[in-house]
Design a protein around this ligand. Structure first.
Ligand SMILES: O=c1ccn([C@@H]2O[C@H](COP(=O)(O)OP(=O)(O)O[C@H]3O[C@H](CO)[C@@H](O)[C@H](O)[C@H]3O)[C@@H](O)[C@H]2O)c(=O)[nH]1
Length: 470
């Protein structure tokens, strides 16, 4: 690469594991292509990132900013996985207070580009004043972003005519700006949770406004998806945003990287157990970093897995709200009854490594976009139980694509039964009724897991960064 084309790029993700992973993956790919990266976050978040490989250590600099203390945020909390849903807004308040540090860093380092997330809606205008080019990296699907609408719809304020959304029901309808056939919309229970959260925002704007302003004030928007997978949604998104929308591909994970964040002894126990199971037989159950199921939901899921009769490995978390672990919240006698057939794991697992084991037959998932990309990159069929954020929309899209099935729920309150869990799991993983889903999911490896194809998207993106630079 010519020296003149080497860029200095600052990365500033939202304080959530599901966002650091794609931002860091993109940083490494950009560094490999000869660009200098300054990756900014808080000390505890930076310590959770995989190690920078020696060949990239001179290209990537980690920049640590202490997170200001704010009311209603536990003192050691620095990311969305450390807190409950109700503390998400105080975390955004703390993020907003990083503005002066960010501004002075940008002023002194004068990067070519800054790539940021939706939450720091104040950042694009700070960067613009300093003459720095600005990219919003949306770690969501083009379908989900299109559903959310144009910047003016997101910013709202009642001036958006027919497009304005004021009630939860408005989010359960296909938007009038979608010109093609689709079933993409929230279920009432999914949006009720979302609205509950934004109503508690006493410290800053709701997420919709953060998104709208961020999109409106960016030079380009980068999306972690591909035009091959979502052609119509990408066309629509370009029209809604009226600015370049650049697919950066899926940024598929590198298997070896998950070695760095695992405890060897524990992994050996998981691997030994997985190796004893039949090929394509085990259900991997994991709900990401932000979903915390209630005791009743955990119980229904547990009994459903038990009833399915299939072997399963289930990753459980500590509940930041109660201090109780999900393992402690499981129904009485469950652990003993599934002993040998169900592997219960409390803590952080190397998810990509688990998904890559040949005994895995399907993935019961909350549909976080990272988890979906990791699973489809390895051709695993999905059993979908979306709970928050974009997850419901992801599930609708993946249902349309026939790569899995949604566990049937009560549309109003989201309740699901153990029978529905057992039937869905069996259908997706072993029964004839799920054969097409298994085959379609397998074929997705070609989009999600193909490194050459995905790297082509990053190459195109890099040449656009060079072209659009101010
Ligand atoms: O024990 C664990 C738990 C998680 N992971 C990894 O952590 C990431 C989790 O990301 P994701 O599956 O996207 O789940 P969340 O972190 O819960 O997702 C948040 O971020 C996503 C991307 O924005 C959104 O799609 C979700 O709705 C939002 O809740 C994945 O890479 C997992 O492999 C592990 O490796 N081990």
């Amino acid at each position: 690469m010519e020296k003149s084309k080497s860029l200095h790029i600052v990365m500033f993700p939202w304080l959530a594991m599901g966002h650091f992973i794609p931002f860091f993956r993109l940083s490494k790919l950009l560094a490999l292509k000869g660009h200098k990266i300054s990756f900014i976050s808080t000390p505890r978040n930076l310590s959770k990132l995989p190690k920078i490989p020696p060949n990239l250590s001179s290209q990537i600099t980690l920049i640590s900013f202490s997170l200001p203390t704010v009311p209603n945020l536990p003192s050691l909390a620095e990311s969305s996985m450390d807190i409950t849903h109700n503390q998400q807004q105080p975390l955004k308040h703390a993020l907003d207070l990083l503005q002066p540090q960010l501004a002075s860093f940008l002023q002194s380092s004068k990067p070519d580009w800054i790539i940021y997330d939706y939450a720091s809606h104040w950042l694009p205008s700070v960067a613009a004043q300093l003459g720095i080019s600005r990219a919003f990296f949306a770690v969501f699907t083009a379908a989900c972003l299109s559903f959310m609408g144009s910047p003016s719809t997101l910013i709202g304020g009642g001036d958006d005519g027919d497009n304005a959304r004021s009630t939860a029901e408005d989010f359960t309808k296909i938007p009038n700006w979608v010109p093609f056939e689709s079933n993409l919309a929230y279920r009432l229970h999914e949006i009720t949770k979302y609205i509950e959260r934004t109503d508690e925002d006493n410290f800053g704007p709701p997420d919709t406004v953060r998104f709208g302003v961020t999109i409106q004030q960016s030079d380009v928007v980068i999306v972690r998806s591909s035009t091959e997978f979502e052609p119509d949604w990408f066309n629509l998104l370009g029209e809604l945003y009226e600015k370049p929308v650049i697919p950066v591909g899926f940024l598929p994970p590198i298997l070896e990287e998950s070695d760095e964040i695992q405890d060897d002894e524990k992994w050996v126990a998981v691997k030994t157990w997985l190796n004893k199971q039949r090929v394509n037989s085990v259900v991997y159950v994991a709900m990401g970093t932000e979903v915390h199921l209630s005791k009743e939901e955990l119980s229904e899921l547990a009994i459903g897995l038990e009833r399915s009769g299939l072997p399963f490995i289930w990753v459980l978390k500590n509940s930041p709200g109660t201090g109780e672990s999900e393992l402690e919240m499981l129904p009485n006698g469950f652990k003993e009854r599934v002993k040998g057939r169900g592997f219960l794991y409390l803590g952080w697992v190397p998810q990509v490594k688990i998904l890559s084991q040949e005994s895995i037959g399907g993935f019961l998932t909350h549909c976080g976009w990272n988890s979906v990309i990791e699973a489809l990159g390895l051709g695993r069929v999905l059993i979908m139980l979306p709970m928050l954020n974009d997850q419901g929309l992801n599930a609708r899209l993946l249902n349309e694509k026939k790569v899995g099935l949604e566990i049937p729920r009560n549309e109003l309150d989201g309740w699901f039964t153990s029978e529905a869990v057992a039937e869905s799991v069996r259908s997706a993983v072993v029964e004839e009724s799920g054969k097409v889903l298994r085959e379609t999911a397998k074929a997705m490896e070609g989009y999600f897991g193909d490194f050459g194809k995905n790297d082509g998207y990053v190459d195109k993106f890099v040449s656009q960064l060079v072209d659009y630079r101010k």
